[in-house]
Write a protein that binds this ligand. Structure first.
Ligand SMILES: [Zn+2]
Length: 129
């Protein structure tokens, strides 16, 4: 058995049995409570796949050169879907004109109407609200 010379919680010297880990019940209970609180919640595998899909969407949607400033593009949705674009994965929603629901992937926004996708970029704008 492993021996401890100091309390695992408060660090005070321990006397007596070599298998003691704590001075008293208070130290043991406090130590165990802190351990439970610090236990990490595992990040689900499926969440990693969704983050990958958002990254892929970003790379597809952000492939246009924006060196000339903010841009607005209208294209056939099917062309984007063919590249692997998955509209259900985005980072936030932006309402415009009370009825246009734009989906955001960081600083790129897209809006789907019928078989068209409208894309615009706001340079440097990342929504975190
Ligand atoms: Zn202690």
């Amino acid at each position: 058995m492993e021996s401890y010379s100091n309390c695992a919680h408060c660090g005070h010297d321990l006397k007596g049995r070599t298998d003691k880990r704590f001075c008293n019940d208070t130290c043991r209970n406090t130590y165990n409570r802190i351990q439970r609180q610090q236990r990490h919640i595992p990040f689900p595998e499926q969440a990693k796949e969704i983050i990958q899909a958002i990254k892929r969407n970003y790379q597809i949607i952000a492939s246009k050169d924006k060196s000339g400033g903010n841009i607005y593009i209208s294209s056939k949705l099917e062309d984007y879907l063919a590249k692997g674009f998955e509209p259900k994965y985005f980072t936030s929603i932006h309402m415009e004109n009370n009825d246009e629901q734009w989906y955001c992937i960081f600083d790129w926004y897209f809006y789907i109407a019928g078989n068209m996708i409208h894309i615009k970029n706001f340079i440097g704008q990342f929504q975190i609200k």
